[in-house]
Design a protein around this ligand. Structure first.
Ligand code: ADP
Ligand code: MG
Length: 238
């Protein structure tokens, strides 16, 4: 378990300012959703937390420890992407075990952690299959399994459900929430879908052109939008 703090985090690519100073305090075990239209800087913000992108200014703290200069693997974070990024030639078991092998986790412990994740994700019957032999929902579960086996303190999700059909998307929202509670991890979840944000978030952050327009509980944001942008975005069809 961990807290996550962003302190006036800014990002520029060359002369273009993309994130204008975002501050967030994510509590231990909290599920925060960052929501906003395409291009507002959601992925960039998440990638800075993951260490896949440098921070131009400001600080990122995990459990009070400044991690700006830490390598991604050292940050105690795991990230789940929209496009799964599974290894096509590896089995489900190997996909989940790979990161642990790299980290030199002993074989017996790898098997135990993968078995536990497979149980949680209902993937036990599919461990020897290749990704192409799975449904979209099962592939997304493998991607989550790969993150879970690392036992991270913080989970980052970048539009993990965008490639799934509408019915499965609704089901997987519930699964991800249940899993996050069961694991007790702190989560930062990005989506462009305001309904997804409203249904999943403990608190949500509405982003508008690199600025956090509002941070609050879904019902607070819904009932009392801080800006015209927030009102328009939350009220618009998904
Ligand atoms: P979102 O995830 O909300 O759709 P992004 O974080 O991907 O938004 O992008 C925010 C802005 O930053 C966009 O204008 C995008 O073009 C720009 N951007 C993202 N990555 C880079 C990069 N590596 N170099 C230059 N511009 C980038
Ligand atoms: Mg994005």
């Amino acid at each position: 378990m961990a807290t996550l703090t962003l302190n006036t985090v800014k990002k520029s690519f060359g002369k273009t300012d993309v994130i204008h100073g975002v501050s967030i305090d994510v509590a231990d075990g909290e599920f925060i959703v960052i929501v906003g239209p395409s291009g507002c800087g959601k992925s960039t913000l998440l990638r800075m937390v993951a260490g896949l992108e440098t921070v131009s200014s400001g600080d990122i703290l995990i459990d009070g420890r400044r991690v700006n200069e830490e390598e991604p693997m050292a940050r105690d974070i795991a990230m789940v992407f929209q496009n799964y990024a599974l290894y096509p030639h590896m089995s489900v078991f190997e996909n989940m075990a790979y990161g642990l092998k790299i980290a030199k986790v002993p074989r017996a412990e790898i098997e135990e952690r993968v078995a536990q994740a497979a149980r949680m994700l209902q993937l036990e019957p599919y461990l020897q299959r290749k990704p192409r032999e799975l449904s979209g929902g099962q592939r997304q579960r493998v991607a989550m399994g790969r993150a879970i086996v690392r036992k991270p303190a913080v989970f980052l999700f970048d539009e993990p459900l965008s490639n799934l059909d509408a019915k499965l998307r609704v089901q997987m929202r519930l699964e991800i929430k249940a899993l996050q509670r069961e694991l007790g991890v702190t989560a930062l979840y990005v989506t462009h879908d305001q309904v997804e944000a409203m249904t999943m978030a403990d608190r949500m952050i509405v982003m508008n052109g690199g600025v956090a327009d509002q941070i609050g509980k879904p019902l607070e944001v819904y009932a009392d939008p801080a800006t015209e942008f927030v009102a328009g975005f939350i009220g618009s069809p998904p």
